[in-house]
Design a protein around this ligand. Structure first.
Ligand SMILES: O=C([C@H](O)CO)[C@H](O)[C@H](O)COP(=O)(O)O
Length: 215
């Protein structure tokens, strides 16, 4: 089985802050997420700056496309992203257009289940469209309810598309996320809000490497 990946979500507001965190955590992660707040604040320029600085890393633009699947991602693709997100809550036509555009440009698509209520049913519809990942995601505004992404991910076990998992994953819950069905484990605030982001990322990496070495 392919090694599982570790993704840091840079939900920050300036490229400078993102680069400062990356100096500390970049060496430990496989995928760098240009978080939604950073995309909104700085746009595709953030993707370009990060890809130029970390050319061997997978750069993910968390643009959460909801409409215009064949158009909205173009600026991020031109800026050099390797993967972007589209919302499973969007129309099928949006998902299909986004996936077609991405794959025509050798870019991957993460289809994000954020706030989808009928996850099993929607996953069965979206998976055949061919996204590279289906993401079980407890969104920022829902994290206060205590919803557990590892528990919610079990609802996607019926589909063979590789899964990603996100939503408040921290050092103490990282092992459970790694041991879940997810291939891509995403953590944001627990890293960039930590006193020592590099140390948290290093320990997460250690957990992931131990898992990958034994599977
Ligand atoms: O996508 C995200 C969220 O919707 C805010 O934009 C986050 O990147 C994702 O949830 C991972 O961040 P944490 O939940 O802080 O680990």
């Amino acid at each position: 089985m392919a090694d599982k990946k570790f993704q840091v979500a840079l939900d920050l507001f300036t490229i400078e802050d993102a680069m400062r965190i990356l100096e500390q955590v970049g060496e430990y992660v496989d995928i760098i997420e240009v978080g939604t707040p950073l995309m909104v604040a700085e746009g595709a320029r953030a993707v370009r700056t990060i890809k130029d600085a970390y050319p061997t890393k997978t750069v993910f633009a968390d643009i959460k496309v909801m409409d215009g699947g064949g158009e909205v991602p173009k600026s991020c693709i031109q800026a050099g992203c390797d993967m972007f997100s589209v919302l499973c809550a969007s129309d099928d036509a949006t998902l299909r257009a986004a996936i077609e555009l991405a794959h025509a440009n050798d870019v991957m698509v993460l289809a994000d289940m954020c706030n989808v209520k009928n996850m099993e049913e929607r996953a069965a519809q979206v998976a055949p469209m061919g996204p590279d990942y289906l993401c079980c995601h407890v969104g920022f505004d829902r994290q206060a309810t205590g919803a557990d992404p590892v528990e919610e991910l079990k609802r996607l076990s019926g589909v063979s598309t590789p899964k990603a998992i996100a939503g408040g994953i921290k050092l103490s819950t990282f092992k459970a996320a790694v041991e879940s069905e997810a291939q891509d484990i995403i953590s944001g605030g627990a890293i960039f809000n930590a006193e020592k982001p590099g140390e948290v990322a290093r320990q997460m990496r250690e957990i992931l490497d131990a898992y990958n070495a034994s599977h």
